[in-house]
Ligand binder design. Sequence first.
Ligand code: SIN
Length: 288
Amino acid sequence: MSALSETTPEYKTITPEPVSGALGAEITGVDLSNVADEQLDEIHRAFLQYHVIFFREQTLTPEQHIAFGKRFGTLHIHPYVKGMDGHPEVMEIIKEPTEKVNFGGGWHTDISFQEKPVLGSVLYALEVPSFGGDTLFANQHLAYDRLSQGMKDLFAGRLAVHSSEREYGAAGNSALKRKSMAIEQVGAEVEEFEHPIFRTHPETKRKALYVNPAFTIRIKDMTRTESRPILQYLYEHATREEFTCRFRWQPGSVAFWDNRSVQHYALNDYHGQRRHMRRVTINGDRPF
Ligand code: SIN
């Protein structure tokens, strides 16, 4: 199978322009605060075809951002990151000029540490640095497709264990050392959830590699030590350059990615400048 879907759906109301051979398309001529049903259907098709879609020059109030997200499902409320006052489903992702650590600054799949993986995230840029702060995306269907048959056979039907401990736990990483976002620390008991290493996309039925270095802690029925080199190999494979695209933000840009199909990475190369984004995350409970 090619990087992008084999069949090219026909579009009448939008013109998606691919941004790389692996995934991603920019869509112009859409006002996300006012999307008609036919256009929404095509946006949904482009989302499934390209796995991450980009829009420019949008102006979204938190209410409009929520309303767009809700066209695809119910919205997720992050268990550790406090949302906007009055809008708990809107996460403000901010890095101040004085801060060194950013949010999402490593390859990850949003919310894989919970029982029900989320459908997607809609990220809207309000303020961006004059350089840097791009976001990278990696196509996990392509990562699955390009594994050898031996690797596919080895891990078919196997589960991996995911947890929030590394990012949000007491011994966890830097997320908590930030001042600009209210991020809670996980309690002593961190829940663990199992997901297939090769997860089937509920809409397209394509298989995707579904392990990530932020939240996957081991392979089920293996110790962490045993799992580590295998997972390390899979992480490196998952983010090979030819599976990726890179998005350069402007104020008003929006990225809408499919968490069932991609990993992403917020680059942290703009110290001394401010970056302010807002994200809503759509639950994976849409009835298809
Ligand atoms: C995230 O991981 O959702 C943040 C991505 C970004 O800020 O570019």
